[in-house]
Design a protein around this ligand. Structure first.
Ligand code: DAH
Length: 339
């Protein structure tokens, strides 16, 4: 009888099934209530004592082999079914991959980085949660300076020393504190202002700060750099630097680009003047240099700050700034072709 069982073990090992029904029939034959194994177990008491051990071991092997077989066959058939469920006809052409798109803010930011990299500027970043020193005081805006009101500030809880940066000019300070001139860096990033949200303004937006510090840097260098930038960015080289005031620069100016008045949209976005304001700039105030431990008698420099959202809205004719942060896929999908 032991030899019989051993033959059955070989048979079980070699068993193959194509369908679940075949596996079930196999299971009933060996492992079912009235199956072969139970019959062998019932036979156990009739086996001669000296053979009991071998008999017991052999039927246990048969039982284990049959159980393993049933489990592997079931698993194999199930996984085949799953594959069928997913792809059905394997010769069908593949599903097209959904390709994402870069956000317009990233597209414009990367363009700005490329333009300034090509004239030797590196990229620096700073924290969005800032302290008073880097956002205001070091930039020549001491406590109670009226110009602090130009930028409505979000403070973190009740600590007036910690705030959400209102401009990327804070990164200028950090960069000058940690690097020696010559300095040529641009700092893109998100900034926050406590303003009512509308189609034209948001409580957060994006800027790129530029900083150039070396010996004998002049206002002419600033103008030339901005002119190079606007030509590369917009294909427009006519710029105007309108006198203005920023506490961290002296003299200071507003940067206007001549956009033209060819279309109705041109009239709209330039309010009928043809000129478009893209940011502020100026010669870094000596007080700021000294605050950052740079010798103002030896070095001078220029700085500028440009709004990324504005430029993106202009280039892509987006008429509501809120679209830039709503993450509406119908809007975002439109930038697939732009890189
Ligand atoms: N920080 C200014 C703002 O957010 C923009 C700016 C103006 C930056 C003049 C500069 C600058 O670096 O020189 O309104």
């Amino acid at each position: 009888m032991i030899d019989n069982i051993k033959e059955l073990i070989t048979e079980v090992e070699a068993f193959k099934a194509q369908t679940k029904e075949e596996v079930e029939a196999f299971r009933i034959k060996y492992l079912g209530k009235k199956g072969l194994l139970n019959a062998f177990f019932a036979e156990f008491k009739n086996v001669a004592n000296d053979q009991k051990k071998e008999f017991g071991q052999t039927i246990n092997t048969l039982k284990k082999t049959a159980e393993d077989k049933v489990n592997t066959l079931k698993a194999e058939l199930e996984s085949k079914e799953e594959v069928k469920g997913v792809s059905g006809d394997l010769s069908r052409p593949g599903e097209p991959l959904q390709i994402g798109a870069r956000h317009p803010i990233s597209i414009v930011k990367n363009q700005i980085i490329d333009i300034f990299s090509s004239i030797g500027f590196n990229v620096s970043e700073g924290p969005e949660i800032e302290d008073d020193w880097h956002n205001f005081t070091a930039l020549n805006l001491p406590e109670y300076h009226p110009a602090r009101d130009m930028q409505d500030t979000f403070f973190i809880q009740t600590n007036p020393d910690i705030l959400l940066r209102t401009h990327t000019s804070s990164v200028q300070v950090r960069y000058m504190e940690n690097n020696k001139p010559p300095i040529r860096t641009i700092s893109p990033g998100r900034v926050y202002r406590n303003e009512a949200i509308s189609a034209r303004s948001h409580c957060f937006f994006h800027q790129v700060e530029g900083l150039y510090i070396d010996k004998d840097v002049s206002f002419a260098d600033l103008k030339q750099t901005l002119q190079y930038f606007t030509t590369e960015m917009f294909g427009k080289s006519k710029i105007r630097l309108r006198p203005s005031y920023f506490p961290f620069t002296e003299p200071s100016a507003e940067i206007d680009v001549y956009w033209g008045l060819e279309t109705e949209t041109d009239y709209k976005i330039t309010k009928g003047t043809g000129w478009l304001e893209i940011g502020g700039c100026g010669m870094v105030d000596p007080n700021v240099l000294e605050n950052c431990k740079i010798d103002a008698t030896e070095y001078s420099g220029f700085a500028f700050g440009v709004g990324i959202d504005r430029i993106a809205m202009l280039l892509y004719q987006i008429d509501d700034i809120r679209l830039l942060s709503e993450n509406d896929v119908r809007f975002l999908e439109q930038f697939k072709s732009a890189l």
